[in-house]
Design a binder for this molecule. Structure first.
Ligand code: FAD
Ligand code: NAI
Length: 471
């Protein structure tokens, strides 16, 4: 069978690309090695983590904020089995939805491990031991990523776990050590802290979510600390050992100026290793296509997402750039449109990043650290959530919106938020920046009152001419 396009991997990049190819009239096949479609995001990533974040947030509010709203509850308990069951139901409905979309768009779906036989032929090794080879004029590698670890922290999936196991624990840890206070650490650490675990974060950098604007990490730390978490920043893990019923994590603080080196041992029942993810190309037999992966396992692509073999493309977590579902989706669409000769475009600087803690963290464009580093003249406007009527009404007063604008032109360069519904609010900042709005442009647009979005308008007013109204 010869296809116009064969896509290996059915994550957000692969399935979105397949649908766009089919919409454009290309005969398309998709290959997935697991039994369900949707990749990391739908099966063990975005969707299940958000389901548990929402459930744990409901519990936390019922236990800690309902009374102040005048709602009394007694004998509140967590039914973890039910929480995990509901999460799985959400995943099942969502992944079945992708199968439906493949059928609806007449995309042939093959289940099995795809590997190159030659630059145009892909062998599919199926779970029943049979094999089938299909040919494609164009091939898209969309094989995603896997959790990363280091030799000092060997994953055993029992007590030393990755995000995949943390999404289906059978008990609430008494003490959870989280190595890496990045996005996964912040989200899944929050889930268990809300459910009553003592959570200790060990982080190599000096703050949470260190790659985002520094203001966000500091604010996030304050809110996660309120959940009872503790933090070991600038600490290095030297050993993680599963002793049977427990896990022992040895950490050091390297000697700084005037400091004594600090050596600490944390004893916990689980240790979540969330130190990043690694591009996944195992089993693809890239050599048969004349391709290689770099030292981080990634496939090199040009600005058209073409590999060194022009009819083979790659996207998403398996190539450079942010490891985000919506980045992979944009790239899937981009490749489909490129194949039919269109001239699509992705503005990588305007791909937003979101952390689904509560309050949520969301960011787009330059961070303050980046504008400083690139010597771009800038000004800052910030507005705290506690000055918003809407935030006081809902008791969501933690957080702020920070807008960076060009000092001379007033064009918005970056927007960084932590606050209620920031994940949805960031879309307004993306739209404004796509249209190259100035801070004054946004500050002159009517924002419904009372809404959280007023914080963005007020921060833009502050950035324009220090003229926030409610502060
Ligand atoms: P993937 O989703 O990883 O899909 C790749 C697919 O390829 C997999 O199904 C794999 O089985 C298949 N595959 C691999 N090799 C082969 C082969 N040889 N043959 C056949 N099939 C193969 N991102 C967000 O934007 N928002 C979030 O809220 C978010 N939350 C996350 C939470 C967690 C816990 C994790 C781990 C990740 C999260 N991410 C989130 C990141 C997001 O999941 C990834 O960026 C996204 O899934 C990448 O999409 P992809 O299409 O590149 O690859
Ligand atoms: P990450 O890159 O966000 O965070 C890893 C953290 O581990 C960093 O802060 C890093 O400094 C730290 N670290 C690295 N080595 C360490 C060590 N030896 N000791 C202590 N700390 C160490 O990676 P994470 O959280 O694993 O997530 C992987 C990817 O998944 C991210 O790139 C993210 O984009 C994606 N993701 C996205 C989500 C979202 O969009 N909401 C949610 C979850 C994951």
């Amino acid at each position: 069978m010869e296809y116009d396009v064969i896509i290996i991997g059915s994550g957000p990049g692969g399935y979105t690309g397949a649908i766009r190819c089919a919409q454009l009239g290309l005969k398309t096949a998709i290959i997935e090695k697991y039994a369900t479609l949707g990749g990391t995001c739908l099966n063990v990533g975005c969707i299940p983590s958000k389901a548990l974040l929402d459930s744990s947030e409901h519990f936390y509010n019922a236990a800690h904020t309902f009374a102040e709203h005048g709602i009394k509850l007694t004998d509140l308990q967590v039914d973890l089995d039910q929480m995990i069951k509901r999460k799985q139901e959400v995943v099942d409905v969502t992944t079945k939805g992708i199968s439906f979309l493949m059928k609806k768009n007449k995309i042939d779906t093959f289940y099995g491990v795809g590997s190159f036989v030659d630059p145009h032929s892909i062998k599919i090794a199926k779970s029943d031991g049979s094999e089938e080879t299909i040919k494609g004029k164009n091939i898209v590698i969309a094989t995603g990523s896997k959790p990363m670890s280091f030799p000092s922290m060997p994953i055993d999936k029992k007590r030393v776990i990755t995000s995949t196991e943390a999404l289906k624990l059978q008990e609430i840890p008494k003490h959870l050590v989280v190595i890496g206070a990045g996005v996964i650490g912040a989200e899944l650490g929050s889930v268990y802290a809300r459910l009553g675990s003592k959570v200790s974060f060990v982080e190599f950098a000096d703050s949470m979510i260190p790659t985002m604007d520094k203001t966000l990490g500091k604010e996030l730390q304050k809110v996660v600390k309120k959940l009872g978490a503790d933090f070991y920043f600038s600490h290095k893990v030297t050993k993680v050992e599963n002793t049977g019923d427990e896990v022992v994590v040895s950490i050091d603080k390297p000697k700084g100026r005037g400091d004594e080196p600090e050596q600490i041992t944390l004893t916990a029942d689980y240790c979540l290793v969330s130190v990043g993810r690694r591009a996944y190309t195992d089993g693809l037999n890239l050599e048969a296509a004349g391709l290689t992966a770099d030292d981080r396992g990634r496939i090199d692509v040009d600005n058209h997402l073409r590999t060194s073999v022009p009819h083979i493309y790659a996207l998403g977590d398996v190539i450079r750039g942010a490891m985000l579902a919506h980045k992979a989706e944009e790239e899937g669409t981009f490749i489909a449109e490129t194949i039919v000769g269109q001239k699509p475009h992705i503005h990588y600087k305007l791909i937003p990043g979101v952390v689904y803690t509560w309050p949520e963290v969301a960011s787009v464009g330059y961070t303050e650290e980046e504008v400083k580093q690139e010597n771009i003249p800038y000004k800052v406007g910030s507005f705290p959530f506690k000055a918003l009527g809407r935030a006081r009404a809902s008791m969501d007063i933690d957080g702020l919106v920070k807008v960076l604008a060009h000092k001379e032109t007033d064009e918005i360069l970056g927007v960084h938020m932590i606050g209620a519904r920031a994940a949805d609010m960031i879309a307004e900042a993306v739209t404004a920046m796509e249209f190259r709005a100035s801070a004054e442009d946004v500050s002159r647009m009517s924002h419904a009152h009372p809404t959280y979005t007023e914080a963005f308008k007020e921060a833009c007013l502050a950035a324009t001419d220090n003229r926030a109204i409610n502060m």
